[in-house]
Design a protein. Structure first.
Length: 122
């Protein structure tokens, strides 16, 4: 179960297995949905040529920004074999309409995710 307080039927999700090097999101491209990273780790690259700037390990949500943005801001690639659960954008939007607390929960996650990847100035 992705969220204990929100029972999402398995028919609403797609379980995926991917090899190291598989690209989940590419910067500037349309977003496919939101992933729950069950096992493995991914790297996040910015659009500029600074390279890898964050590594995320399971368990974690990936792509919560896609609730409010239609395109990915970052490239996300598996650094090792991963087990993921995909919740498509259309299903995510439908479930969020039916269960408004999900929208707030994902927006909170998006805010936290944004704070981690914004450049820090001292």
């Amino acid at each position: 179960m992705l969220l204990p307080w929100l029972p999402i039927p398995r028919t609403e999700t797609q379980r995926l297995f991917c090899a190291a090097g598989h690209c989940l999101f590419r910067a500037g491209r349309p977003a496919r949905g939101v992933y729950w990273l069950e096992r493995g780790s991914v790297g996040i690259w910015s659009r500029n040529p600074t390279g890898l700037f964050q590594v995320i390990s399971a368990p974690a949500w990936l792509g919560t920004e896609h609730l409010v943005a239609s395109r990915s801001r970052y490239t996300v690639q598996a650094l090792q074999p991963c087990v993921l659960v995909l919740l498509s954008r259309s299903r995510l939007e439908r479930i969020a309409r039916e269960y408004p607390p999900l929208r707030f929960w994902l927006l909170r996650g998006f805010s936290q995710e944004t704070m981690h990847v914004l450049p820090h100035y001292e």
